[in-house]
Design a protein around this ligand. Structure first.
Ligand code: ADP
Ligand code: 5SP
Length: 499
C-alpha cells in the first residue's frame, strides 16, 4: 500500500494526516502552538514553532505507522494564509511572522489605495486592501522597522517557509500568492506595477509554482529529524481555504463550502477570474489549476468560541462546554453576540470594531452565552452567504468543515441560519485532506483532482433546515445586522482605552 501525507499548518495547530490510496485517514496527529498578541490588533507566531511542532508531529505519526517510510510517496501542505515571513540573504527569519488576523496596518492599506488607486488595485488583484493581507504587512515593516527591512531578501507565507525547511528550496504557489495583494491573479504573475508604485523590490517575491507541482524531495537533514524517507516527493501545496475547497470537493460550479476554523469562511467555486464582486468578497486563485474561488471571511469564528472557553471554562473540553446548547431555544433566550473580537472582514472591513453581547438578562446562564456565541459566529458567516445569493448564486447545499463541524448542534444551526442543507464529510479536516489530495494527484495516482475527490471524499451526515427555526433565525439575523452600525462609533471611542 502507498500513502501520502497532508500537513495543514493552521493558526491554532498543525494537523498532519496520513492517507492511503483509498483516501482513508489511517493516522493523524495534531500539535498546537501559541499566538503572540502584544498589543490590541497584533497577532504573530514564531516560524520556528511551526517547524518544531511539524517535525515532532511527523515523528509521532511515523512511530505509529506499521508500514515503511518509503511507502509514503508524497507530502504536501495547506497553510494559514497571508502571514508575512521575512527572510534575509541566508533565508534566516528576520522577525516573528505577522499573521492574517493582525490588523495593525490600517494606515498601510490607505497608503496602497493612495499609490495604486482603488480601481487599479481591483483590476490587478481582484481584491481591496485589507489589513490581513500580506502587502500592508510588508509596508508596515518597511516603515516601522527599517533596519530589519533593509536586511530582507525575500518573503514567503507560513507553509512556504515550512516547506523550505524540508526541501531547502524557496517558492510560493498561486493560491497563497493571491492573498498577498501583489499578484496579478488573472495573469498569474507578480505585479511589477504594484511593486514599483510602493517602492518594493520585485526580487523580494519568490518564484511561482502550481499547487500540485513537485518542488523537490526531503533533505537528508530533515529526513533524519522527522523520520521521512529522503526520496519522499514534496508538492507545493496551497492556501488553507483553497485546500479546504479541494478536500471538500469544491471543484465545479455551484459548490459552496463553510469552514469554521480559527477564522470562518464561506467559499464558492469560480471557473474564471472575470466576475465582478466589486471587492465585496475575496477573489483568489484556487489550488486546482487555472480556476478560482470567491469567499467571505469572519476573522474570529472558532477563535470566538476558543476565547469564550479559555475565559469562562478553561478546564473543560469544547464538547463539555457545548453539551447543553441544544437545550437552549433558538435566539439564546434573547441574547445576541457579534464575533468582532479582533475586528472584522466580511461584510464590514473594519479593524476597530469589537464584539458585543446584546440583551444580557439575569436569567441567562453559561449555556445561553455558549449558544449565543455559536449563533453570532454563524450569523456573521450568513452575511457572506447573503452577498453570494444577492449576486445570483443559488446556495441550497453547503459542505461544512473545520473544528466547527465537530458539533452536531452547530451543524443544525448552520442549516437553520443558512437555510440550506449542510453536508458533513467523513473527515472534517478539509485543508489537510486537500493537501493530501494535492500530493496524490501530483504523484500521478489520479488524472485530475476531481477524479481524486470522487475516490477520496465520502458523506457522513446531512442536516436539513427546520422551517420554524429558519423563520425565527431570519428575524434574529436582521437584529444581528443592526448591531454593527449601532456599535461602530462607540468602539472607535473605546480604541484609546485598549491595550
Ligand atoms: N469539539 C468542538 N466543537 C465545536 N468547535 C470546536 C471543537 N473543537 C474545536 N472547535 C473549534 O474549532 C476551531 C479550530 O478549528 P481548526 O479547523 O482546527 O482551526 P485552524 O485551522 O485555524 O487551526 C477552534 O477555534 C474551536 O473554536
Ligand atoms: O485569512 C484568512 C483567509 O483570507 C484565514 O482563513 C486564514 O487562512 C487562516 O485560516 P484558519 O487558521 O482559520 O484555517
Amino acid at each position: 500500500m502507498k500513502y501520502v501525507i497532508g500537513v495543514d499548518l493552521g493558526t491554532s495547530a498543525v494537523k498532519i494526516l496520513l492517507v492511503n490510496q483509498q483516501g482513508e485517514v489511517v493516522h493523524s496527529v495534531s500539535k498546537s502552538y501559541a499566538l503572540i498578541q502584544e498589543k490590541t490588533g497584533y497577532s504573530e507566531q514564531n516560524p520556528e514553532d511551526w517547524v518544531a511542532q511539524t517535525t515532532s508531529g511527523l515523528l509521532e505519526l511515523l512511530s505509529g505507522f506499521d508500514g515503511a517510510a518509503e511507502d509514503i510517496e508524497g507530502i504536501s501542505f495547506s497553510g494559514q494564509m497571508h502571514g508575512l515571513v521575512l527572510l534575509d540573504e541566508n533565508n534566516e527569519v528576520l522577525r516573528p511572522a505577522i499573521l492574517w488576523n493582525d490588523t495593525r496596518t490600517t494606515a498601510e492599506c490607505q497608503q496602497i489605495y493612495d499609490a495604486v488607486g482603488n480601481e487599479r488595485l481591483l483590476e490587478i488583484t481582484k481584491n481591496p486592501a485589507l489589513e490581513g493581507f500580506t502587502l500592508p504587512k510588508i509596508l508596515w515593516v518597511q516603515k516601522h522597522e527599517p533596519e530589519i527591512f533593509a536586511k530582507a531578501k525575500s518573503f514567503v507565507l507560513p507553509k512556504d517557509y515550512l516547506r523550505y525547511r524540508m526541501t531547502g528550496k524557496l517558492e510560493m504557489e498561486f493560491s497563497d500568492a493571491a492573498g498577498t495583494l501583489l499578484l496579478d491573479i488573472s495573469k498569474k504573475q507578480w505585479s511589477t506595477e504594484i511593486c514599483e508604485l510602493l517602492n518594493i523590490d520585485p526580487n523580494l517575491c519568490p518564484p511561482l509554482v502550481y499547487s500540485h507541482d513537485e518542488v523537490g524531495t526531503v533533505t537528508a537533514e530533515y529526513a533524519a529529524a522527522s523520520g521521512l524517507a529522503p526520496a519522499t516527493r514534496v508538492f507545493a501545496g496551497g492556501a488553507d481555504n483553497a485546500c479546504g475547497a479541494i478536500g471538500s470537493g469544491i471543484l465545479e460550479d455551484g459548490k459552496t463550502l463553510c469552514s469554521i476554523g480559527t477564522s470562518g469562511v464561506v467559499l464558492s467555486y469560480e471557473a474564471s477570474s472575470d466576475k465582478d464582486f466589486g471587492g465585496k468578497v475575496h477573489y483568489f486563485n484556487h489550488s486546482a489549476p487555472d480556476v478560482y474561488y470567491t469567499m467571505g471571511v469572519t476573522l474570529a469564528a472558532g477563535y470566538s468560541l476558543t476565547w469564550f472557553k479559555e475565559t469562562f471554562a478553561p478546564d473543560e473540553s469544547f464538547d463539555d462546554l457545548l453539551a447543553e446548547v441544544g437545550t437552549v431555544p433558538v435566539g439564546s433566550n434573547g441574547l445576541l453576540f457579534t464575533p468582532y473580537l479582533v475586528g472584522e472582514r466580511t461584510p464590514h472591513a473594519d479593524a476597530a470594531i469589537r464584539a458585543s453581547f446584546i440583551g444580557m438578562d439575569s436569567s441567562h446562564r453559561r449555556k445561553d452565552f455558549a449558544r449565543a456565541v455559536l449563533e453570532g459566529i454563524t450569523f456573521s458567516l450568513n452575511e457572506s452567504i447573503e452577498i453570494f445569493r444577492e449576486s445570483g448564486k443559488e446556495i441550497d447545499t453547503i459542505v461544512s468543515i473545520g473544528g466547527g463541524a465537530q458539533n452536531k448542534d452547530w451543524l443544525q444551526m448552520q442549516a437553520d441560519i443558512f437555510n440550506a442543507k449542510i453536508v458533513r464529510l467523513t473527515s472534517e479536516q478539509g485543508p489537510g485532506m486537500g493537501a493530501a489530495m494535492l500530493a496524490a494527484y501530483g504523484s500521478g495516482w489520479f488524472a485530475s483532482l476531481k477524479e481524486c475527490a470522487d475516490a477520496f471524499l465520502k458523506e457522513d451526515a446531512q442536516y436539513e433546515p427546520n422551517p420554524a427555526n429558519v423563520e425565527n433565525y431570519q428575524k434574529l439575523f436582521s437584529i444581528y445586522q443592526e448591531v454593527y452600525g449601532q456599535t461602530k462609533a462607540m468602539n472607535e471611542k473605546l480604541l484609546a482605552f485598549r491595550k
